[in-house]
Design a protein around this ligand. Sequence first.
Ligand code: SIN
Length: 499
Amino acid sequence: MNTHKADVIIVGAGLSGLYTALLINPSRRVMLLVKSALGESNSNLAQGGIAAELNQEKQLIEAHIDDTIKAGSHLNDPEAVRVLVNEAHDNIRTLLSLGVAFDTDEHGTMRTTREGGHRSPRVLHSGGDQTGKDMINALHRAVKTRSNIVVHEKTTAIDLLVDDGRVHGLSALDADHDVHIYYAPHTVLATGGIGAVYAASTNSPVATGDGIAMALRAGVTVEKMAFIQFHPTAFFNPKQPEGQRFLISEAVRGEGAVLRNIEGEAFMKKYHPDADLAPRDVVSQAIHREMYDTWCDHVTLDTRHLDTATLKSRFPSIHQALKNQGITLGEDLIPVAPVQHFTIGGIKTDLNGQTDMPGLYALGECASTGAHGANRLASNSLLECVVFGRRIADTINRDEKQARNIAIDVDFPSSAPYNYAPLRKKLGMIMEEHAGIVRTAKGLTKAIEELEAMGKTLAKYPNRHPRYHEMVNMIDVAIAVVADALARPTSIGTHFRID
Ligand code: SIN
C-alpha cells in the first residue's frame, strides 16, 4: 500500500477540478487525481458555452437570475442562484487571465448567443462550438506551470477515509490496481455526472457517478437525484442507438434552427410560447411526445433556411461531425432525439461547496448547490463550476489544517479480469426504460428491484479492479435516482411522471 500526503486532494480534472486547483494558494500542495487521462471529461465536450451576464446593469443581472429560476421550475435555492449569477463577471475575468480565449467580434467585444430559456443573448463561447475543449486546454497549460499541483493520472478513487465524523482523504487504485492512500485535510469531489448509467448519453463513458457513490457510502447527504436532464438534440444514428451520442448544441437553435417532426411540422409552438427556445425540459418532453405520436424514434432539426457558410464557421465541430455522417449544415435535415445529458442533483453543498461532512467539498455535476432547481438553464453548468470552484478554493485557503493519518481498514481482494460489459448494458436498459424522460411508479418499483438484485450479485464477488468499482458506483447512483424519482409522485422540471 502506498501513502501520500497533501493539503488538498481534488478528484476529477474537468473544469471544476482544474479551476479549483489553480485558485488554491500556490504554497499548498494539491494532488489532482484523474481516473483516465487529463482531458477526458464532460466539460471537454461542452459545446454551447458559459452563461454570464457581463453587463452589470441590475435589470440584466436580475433577468439572468429570473431565467435560471423559471427554467428550474422554482425549485432552486434563490441564494445559490444569486451567487451563481452575481459572481459570473469576476470568474470570467479570471478565466481570461488563465488564457481562455472567448470568441470576439471585429471590435474585440465578446460574442454572445442565446440558448433555450435565456431571454437575451448572454452565452459566451470559444472556438465557435468548442467552448469546453478550449477552456480545458487553457487550464491544462496553466496547471503545467504550477509546481504545487501534482496530477496523478489513471488513478481511480475508491472510498473516502472517514474518522470522527470528518473526511481525511481517500483510497484509490492505480493503473496496476495497486492500492494508494491519500491523506489531506481537504478533499474536493469534482467527478462529474452519471451519464454512463444510461444506455445512451452525451457524456463520456467515464461518467460513472464515482464521487456521488463515494459520498453515499460515507453517509454524506445526496439529494435531488431524480432530476436528470435529457438534452433534446443529440444526433440520432439508428446504427448506433447506444453509448456516447454526439450533441447538436442548443446554440444551433439559438441561431435560428427549428425542430420538425417527421411529418415536417414545426411543433414547438404547440408546447411553449418560446417555441424552439423553451427551457430544455419542455423541449425534451415535447420531442418525446412527438416521437410517440408519429411512431418514430427521432425528430429533425431544420437549418435549411440558414446560411451554410455562417453555420460552418459558427459550429465547426458540429459541421465536421455531421459531414462525416453525410449531412451538411444548412442543406440537410438533421435527425435528433433526446438523451441523458446532465445530473442536476448530487452531493448536497452549502454556498461554499462544503458538504455536511467536514473536510469534504463537492463541485460541478456531482454536486447539488441548489442553483439549478428541477431543470438546469442552458450553459449555467460551466458557470457553476467556476463560481463555486472559487468559493471552495477561498474557503480552503483560509484554513490551516494539516493532513492527519488515520487507522486504515481497507480490505482489497485480488483483481480478476471479469467482464462487466453485460451488466453495464443491462443497467443502461433498465434506466432508459424506467427512469427516462417519462416515469411511472410501477416502472420505478420494478427498476429498483432489479438494481438491488444486481448490486447484491456484484457484492458477492468483490474485485480490486477499477471496472468493478465503477460498476458498484453505477448501481449505487442508479438506485439513488430511481428511489428519489419514486418518492416524487408529482411532475416538476425534468422529472415527468405519467401516472
Ligand atoms: C449545448 O450546447 O446545448 C449544451 C450546453 C449545456 O448543456 O448547457
